[in-house]
Ligand binder design. Structure first.
Ligand code: SF4
Length: 250
């Protein structure tokens, strides 16, 4: 018994007490900052090295829905482009994922874009079915971590469930391959209405590195209303949890 108590004492508290303010490594790449003074020549330079066309060659903005957070642009233009370790980068509108030169303020979810029924119905309990639509298991692992003893999103009633019939919505990872497109639609139709759709990770939001591949079939994404976009490659559990908490108004 004493041995167990000693082990517990040495382990300390494993859960994250405040998911809003949990510090992460300085090396974590979250919200980018682009200098307001970035020149046309510099934009051309970084747009050419970006592997996923996340940098707008007209104005130098970075689309977090496309960005793989590879850091190449920051290496090419140190001091002009940098990545902060701010992990609160989820948004309820696709266009809010675009970071323009000179933007330094933290990203916050636009309250006016949140469907009223989401907070009224799911604020105290949100059950989600995860669908890996051609994912590589990276975002999937981070989502699994969101419910572990450290992050414990279950403390807010947010949990993954096995059946779409027990769920309030679906969480999609992966670029949505042709092979998974029908299964994704069937899963979504099995969720009782009203329901939510979350896209997690660069691949799900834009197709990521697989954009333009003939193996993708993304009509589902284009034909349904998405309630939450969670960028990252893969997305961090704190990005996902904070995004869902913002959506629910917690
Ligand atoms: S960090 Fe993002 S924007 Fe920069 S080069 Fe990589 S993918 Fe492109």
């Amino acid at each position: 018994m004493l041995k167990e108590i000693r082990i517990l004492s040495e382990h300390g508290k494993q859960y994250v007490p405040d998911l809003r303010k949990q510090p992460v490594s300085e090396r974590f790449r979250g919200r980018p900052v682009i200098s307001e003074g970035i020149t046309a020549a510099e934009i051309e330079l970084v747009a050419a090295v970006c592997p996923v066309n996340a940098i707008d060659s007209r104005n130098g903005s970075i689309d977090l829905g496309r960005c793989t957070f590879c850091n190449e642009c920051a290496l090419v233009l140190p001091g002009t482009i940098s990545f902060t370790n701010d992990y609160r980068i989820a948004a309820s509108r696709r266009e809010d994922l675009v970071i323009r030169p000179g933007m330094k303020e933290a990203m916050r979810l636009d309250e006016s874009a949140v469907r009223k029924e989401i907070r009224r119905l799911f604020r105290r309990s949100l059950k989600l079915r995860q669908v890996s639509a051609g994912g590589d298991n990276s975002c999937e692992m981070e989502l699994a971590a969101s419910g572990n003893v450290n992050f414990d999103m279950g403390r807010y009633g947010i949990e993954f469930v096995a059946s779409p019939r027990h769920a309030d919505g679906i969480v999609i990872t992966g670029p949505v391959t042709e092979n998974m497109s029908e299964a994704l639609e069937i899963c979504y139709q099995a969720v009782p209405s009203p329901k939510v759709i979350f896209l997690v990770g660069t691949d799900a939001i834009s197709g990521g590195l697989f954009t333009g591949s003939p193996s993708l079939k993304r009509e589902f994404i284009d034909s349904h209303t998405v309630d939450l976009y969670v960028p990252g490659n893969p997305a961090h559990p704190l990005t996902f949890i904070n995004g869902v908490m913002d959506l629910l108004g917690l």
